[in-house]
Design a protein around this ligand. Structure first.
Ligand SMILES: NC(=O)c1ccc[n+]([C@@H]2O[C@H](COP(=O)([O-])OP(=O)(O)OC[C@H]3O[C@@H](n4cnc5c(N)ncnc54)[C@H](OP(=O)(O)O)[C@@H]3O)[C@@H](O)[C@H]2O)c1
Length: 429
């Protein structure tokens, strides 16, 4: 074929995602070559253990334990990283960019924490920096924000960006199972890591939100600016009560911009059962956003898995290898993050509160007073279930209230009359 360009690439890592990319290039590389005149040749693959079985017949000499074989080979123009974690990934990505190589990464941790430095180095050396696979696997949300939606002022993003927690909450909702039982089952099925902390404590979602919000708002939103609360304390009783009230529980990554102020938070959230996000079940991911011109939009797809993630990586490969000039997003608050965008920790939203209250006259009015003293008004109240040890479960849905006022209102309820069992934020969008 005339004009065909062979692009030599190096892999850093070859676990789930790396093997998926290898297999996708092997099975679909010819189709891509036919359309683009690009032929990708994986020259070196860095792993820890070259004897591990990976179900791939690597040609002699491709696997290596020495990172220099990838970073110092002048023929390798693109380094694709799927090691995971902050280090040594960041150091190696940085070195690749410094030597003029283009970097494609699936690693949200190293990327979210060091994006600023990586992008600065990429620009200085005219190297490309691509990261579609770092957020929501196969869903092309990065490209959509950088390119297709650039004529929009985006004010709001709601994301279900972690498949493990969505699987757990979906099972809890559908089968009324406990968190611990579903987590064990998810681990058995390989849908949750043996150490699930990064997923269930919300950190994975927060790394992704930092990337999404920065792109959507054209201002860097550092990971540290995100309020994070996971799903480990969620009780089946609350999932069930929420459903009875017309709400589904999701771990939502929420970003809102109001002028120069941003609120970014990841926490369990009740959303109306008729919201498009409420039907995003199991391990699927979704991003729902609102732009002033495009209005409401939702992206739905597979957020993890070898092939879905490889789909994003290989399209980044094609984009990077065909680019005349690499492009980089610009941010209002460069070079110092968080200067222009003010972090808002006192957001407002409705709340779901479950209390165990003493079953005696006057108790309700004392609770209502504690709420009213902080300007929190009650939208609905229900008694859920009968008396246990002289106490009854009461569920309140409030009107929109400030987070701080809500915390103080709860604090203001005397423990001898009622104890708080759960507080879950609600989005009425
Ligand atoms: N899994 C998914 O569905 C998914 C989806 C989107 C994004 N991602 C991201 O993609 C990245 C990789 O995920 P994964 O699931 O593919 O991980 P994985 O299966 O654990 O693979 C990691 C690979 O990196 C290699 N590696 C790790 N540290 C190394 C070191 N210090 N030196 C040399 N090699 C090293 C490992 O070598 P050995 O094989 O020899 O141990 C392994 O091949 C992560 O950042 C993850 O967040 C994953």
């Amino acid at each position: 074929m005339t004009g065909m360009k062979v692009v030599h690439i190096g892999f850093l890592g070859c676990g789930n995602v790396g093997s998926g990319v290898w297999r996708l290039l092997e099975s679909f590389g010819k189709d891509i070559q036919h359309r683009t005149d690009l032929s990708f040749h994986v020259k070196k693959v860095l792993v820890r253990d070259i004897n591990k079985s990976r179900g791939i017949a690597f040609p002699e000499g491709v696997l290596t334990r020495k990172v220099e074989d990838v970073l110092e080979d002048p023929e390798i123009s693109i380094v694709v990283e799927f090691l995971g974690g902050e280090e040594p990934a960041f150091t190696w990505l940085h070195r690749a960019l410094e030597s003029g190589k283009t970097v494609i990464t699936a690693n949200k941790v190293a990327f979210a924490l060091h994006w600023h430095t990586l992008q600065k180095t990429a620009k200085e050396h005219a190297s490309g920096l691509y990261y579609e696979a770092a957020v929501c696997g196969a869903i092309p949300i990065i490209h959509a924000l950088e390119d297709s939606l650039q004529a929009n002022r985006i004010d709001k993003i709601f994301g279900i960006v972690n498949g493990t927690t969505n699987y757990i909450l979906t099972r809890m909702s559908k089968n009324n199972e406990s968190y611990d039982d579903v987590l064990c089952e998810a681990q058995r099925l390989g849908l949750a890591e043996p150490d699930p902390a990064a997923d269930v404590e919300g950190l994975d979602a927060a790394y992704k939100l930092s990337i999404l919000a920065s792109l959507a708002f054209h201002g860097r939103v550092p990971f540290e600016n995100i309020y994070v609360e996971g799903i480990t304390g969620i009780q089946a009783e609350d999932v069930r009560c929420g459903l009875e009230l017309g709400y589904t529980l999701k771990l939502l990554a929420i970003a809102k911009r109001d002028g120069m102020s941003v609120e970014t938070r990841v926490h369990p959230t009740f959303i109306r059962c008729d919201h498009p996000l409420a039907n995003v079940s199991g391990s699927f991911n979704a991003v729902y956003l609102k732009g002033h011109a495009c209005q409401e939009m939702m992206f739905l797809g597979r957020g993890a898995g070898d092939m879905p993630t490889a789909s994003a990586i290989v399209s980044d490969l094609v984009r990077a290898a065909s680019a005349q000039k690499h492009l980089y997003p610009t941010f209002d608050n460069e070079p110092i993050p968080a200067v222009a965008l003010k972090k808002n920790m006192d957001w407002s939203c409705p709340y779901y509160i479950r209390l165990l209250a003493k079953d005696t006259p006057g108790v309700l009015s004392q609770i209502a007073k504690a709420f009213a003293d902080q300007g929190v008004s009650i939208a609905a109240m229900q008694q859920k279930g009968g008396q246990r040890d002289g106490r009854v479960p009461l569920v309140f849905i409030t009107h929109s209230a400030h987070e701080k006022a809500m915390q103080q209102a709860i604090h203001g309820i005397p423990r001898e009359i009622a104890t708080m069992e759960s507080m879950i934020r609600v989005e009425e969008e």
